[in-house]
Design a protein around this ligand. Structure first.
Ligand code: LMR
Length: 398
């Protein structure tokens, strides 16, 4: 039965991890997969996470099942982090948060739910969007369309075109937005733009679906939430998927959540039964360890402030690296203006070079980035920024 299968190409982001690992060039730079790296190129376990893990090890007395919707302590702590105290309490029981196996698990869970709510729904994704959004939605049976988003020439959001497109999206369809730190382009909506999108959503009646994987890595834990909170307080319905992979450094622990806001409490109660049934059918219940770490941190003031400080350090480092890269491109005499990188948010930006130039960077300089020219800014450090800028200069000259 398996003879007829044909191999699939490797995932464009994950493929680079193995290629980078196998490269013996001492100057190699990993700007591929979106993980935070420190000045030494390491991705250490955050101190607050280590402390919470020690606490779990010392006090956990059972590994019994947690249930398809996960840990209530985690779900509520995450919801409060997402919405802030006031909005969290005013949403009341119209909101439910369900633990999920990472951001991807949350997205897939949400897709299953949306498919049940409207089997004919189309999910509108930004052009460009994170490559994995498409399979996560289509494997649940949802259709995909794109709305204009990033202008590669001006390095800004094509907002008028985006809005014009959204004005054609009907009720029953879903518009997937990046809550902050847009992946792959780093260009986020302003508050006024979020408001305009909200107004169109209210006029058209489509469902807003937010993917939020980088809270705290753009401008701050509160600042990064302006768009999501605006939608949550002013729309009758909202789907939100969040991840603790990046801001808690819990990548492999698969720690995420799906949050749903319905128009009424009764609808939310009904919807929760469907979400729980989908979780049960796909993976039964989410892994516990990362969620336990997160809830211990968020519910303990000392651990929480330690985590907050560490996250601030990560964010400041990324923003500092953006400035350093721009400065180096000028120092090595590149004519092209890379100043836009400094205005973008989060881990990613496009270098704006073509596929051949990307492949030259990978092949001849051991600088690993995806074909779209997206770079993980956190992969830059003091020791490699000059080599990166010089390599970029040579590739641009060729
Ligand atoms: C990325 O975009 O590099 C990250 O979100 C990691 C992933 O799973 O693709």
């Amino acid at each position: 039965m398996f003879q007829s299968l044909s191999a699939l190409p490797a995932d464009p982001i994950l493929r680079l991890v193995a290629e980078y690992r196998a490269d013996t060039n001492p100057n190699k730079i990993d700007l591929g997969i979106g993980i935070y790296k420190d000045e030494n190129g390491d991705t250490p376990v955050m101190t607050a996470v280590k402390k919470a893990e020690q606490q779990i090890l010392a006090t956990q007395t059972s590994k019994k099942y947690v249930g398809p919707t996960g840990s209530p302590e985690y779900n509520e702590a995450v919801a409060e982090l997402l919405f802030g105290k006031e909005l969290y309490s005013s949403l009341g029981k119209r909101r439910v948060t369900v633990q999920a196996p990472g951001g991807c698990g949350g997205l897939r869970l949400a897709a299953e739910f949306l498919k049940q709510a409207n089997a004919d729904a189309t999910v509108w994704v930004s052009d460009p969007t994170w490559a994995n959004h498409v399979p996560l939605m289509t494997t649940a049976g949802l259709k995909i369309s794109k709305y204009p988003y990033y202008d590669y020439a001006t390095h800004s959001v094509r907002f008028e075109e985006m809005l014009a497109c959204l004005k054609t999206v009907p009720k029953g369809d879903i518009v997937l937005l990046h809550g902050c730190c847009h992946n792959p382009c780093g260009a986020d909506l302003t508050l006024a733009q979020w408001e305009a999108v909200r107004d169109v959503a209210l006029d058209q009646g489509f469902t807003v679906f937010i993917d939020l994987a980088y809270q705290g890595l753009g401008d701050g834990l509160e600042e990064d939430m302006i768009g999501t909170r605006l939608m949550a307080e002013s729309l009758p319905e909202l789907v939100l998927v969040s991840s603790c992979s990046k801001n808690f450094g819990l990548y492999r622990e698969r720690t995420g959540a799906m949050t749903l806001i319905c128009e009424t409490e009764t609808e939310t109660t009904t919807a929760t039964t469907l979400i729980a049934a989908s979780a049960r059918a796909m993976y039964s219940m989410p892994p516990d360890h990362g969620a336990e770490v997160v809830q211990l941190i968020l519910n303990n003031p000392a651990l929480r402030s330690e985590w907050d400080a560490e996250l601030t350090g990560m964010r400041d480092r990324i923003n500092g690296l953006r400035a350093k890269l721009v400065e180096q491109t000028r120092k090595v005499g590149i004519d092209r203006d890379f100043g836009f990188i400094q205005n973008e948010k989060g881990m990613f930006s496009f270098l704006g070079v073509n596929v051949e130039q990307v492949q030259t960077l990978v092949r001849d300089y051991s600088i690993y980035l995806v074909d779209s020219s997206r770079i993980n800014v956190a992969g830059i450090n003091d020791a490699n920024v000059e080599y990166l800028a010089e390599s970029l200069a040579s590739v641009l000259k060729d």
